[in-house]
Write a protein that binds this ligand. Sequence first.
Ligand code: CDP
Length: 216
Amino acid sequence: MSEPVIIAVDGPAASGKGTLARRLAAHFDYAYLDTGSLYRALAYDVLRRGEAPENASAGLRAAKALDLAMLNDPDILAALRTDAVGTAASLVAAQPDTRAAILQIQRDIADTPPDDKAGAVLDGRDIGTIVCPQAAHKIFVTARAEIRAERRWQELHQHDPQVSLEDVLADLKARDQRDSERATAPMRAAQDAHLLDTSDLSIEEAFAAALALVSH
Ligand code: CDP
């Protein structure tokens, strides 16, 4: 069998990378992995046990115990999407040993996509740089912070009417800064990544642009 085709989609919070990655995977019939959900799952576990997300040994314990099956449960998936879990995920994700513990899980899915798929689309922060530097296609998705905050607010507001746009914007900026300044696997566009700014694009337009980038 030929090597699976890997598409790496990285970018900051609410840039639209998840939607694009999912659409690309469906279009090519490739496997899809939202690597952020792995860090969110660790954070959720750490918080549920009353431990501090800054505590590196708590993150590492959660990584060693990670059960991917939990990501098939719609209730857990919904619980992972809160702003609090996103912030805790970025604290857990800054810990080198915790990142190392889940690196292989991500590479295994890229190297051997489930269901014999011919390729895999992974989205995250370090897919093009660290997890799959050999990816055939790399896209770094961006959008202006205010636009990303508005998108995330729309998403969070459906479940929590109390959430304010100002708080979402502040959390998103703090998370971007932590993700891009951490020492291990910081969020960064790979040198050979295509940049895609979705600020002024509809989902359809962004998808068409992404498709054009991976089709040559
Ligand atoms: O959906 P959103 O873009 O808000 O975040 P996410 O992709 O679910 O990721 C949550 C957090 O996990 C990020 O803020 C990062 O700190 C971390 N993460 C990471 O460090 N590396 C990845 N490959 C994916 C996520």
